[in-house]
Ligand binder design. Sequence first.
Ligand SMILES: [Zn+2]
Length: 335
Amino acid sequence: MEQGASYFGVRDLRHVEEDLDRFADEGLNAILHTYSERDRLFYEETMANVVAASNDRGFTTYVNPWGVGKVFGGEALSQFLGKHPGDRQQLVTGSREHAACFNSPAFREFVREWTRSAVGLDPDVVFWDEPHWILPEWFDDDEPDDAWVCRCEHCRRRYREEHDAPMPATEDDTVRRFREDSLLEFLDEMMAIVREGGAENAVCLVPESDADHGIADWKRLAGGEYIDLISTDPYWGLFAGDDVEGFVRDSVDRVTDLASTHGLRSQIWVQGFGLPDDPSTYDNVRTATRCAAESEVDSVFMWGYDGCRSISSIASKNPERVWGTYLDALPESSP
Ligand SMILES: [Zn+2]
């Protein structure tokens, strides 16, 4: 089984190599390198060396569009939004939000360039992490409850072309379907570039299947032409009630069912960030890791390495213990 973690924040190859050697000693065989807008702009060659160092050590290597356009997950800023304020998602009320629009031609070109660059780093897999439309309440308490995205000029034009009618001002099923179609088409276009470049595609969806976020119908995604691996991240600290094991198991069943139906591989992410230092944390890390490892899942990862120790805003309270618990619960842990 693949067992890995996400890795970020270190852009000095010497230090990266020390960490990679440690991860190998700790029993990991896969690694995800975050590849933000900033990385592409300033660290492209460095990142190629980081990926090469990972490949050389026998890791399965992933890269992801960390916070790119703020439509993917991640603790990274987006320069695209600053340079292209008119290509942000637009609420029905007219205000612009802090994320790029999937239907913006400028953003599509930007992500095509990101994708070509990411494939050029020579990873095994490009990991499309939590692609989403925004929910207005994330940013604006002042907006009405029924506010929605996106009603920008690009979306309105595209909607009119497809429906031969103007885009409604009230959110309805056709709008929701249009939003999901737009996101799936966007991903397909980018994933085709990855496939052509000889790498594989993984898509990670948040466990809430909510059309407002992105893709409500996971079967549509899993049945697509270019996807190789379906992934979800049952982060109990964000989404679950008391029954963490049941919550993780639902996610495991969901991705393994889809994977077997559509001939894909499956992956589960274990929460390693933002966890309190109390006994339930370590029970939950152990339970989630074992639940995934003892299933048909092909790949288990923790977000992120060392319990996110280096990102103070989301670090677990006792990151070393979170990390140690994860490693210990993996089936092929180090002696
Ligand atoms: Zn739009």
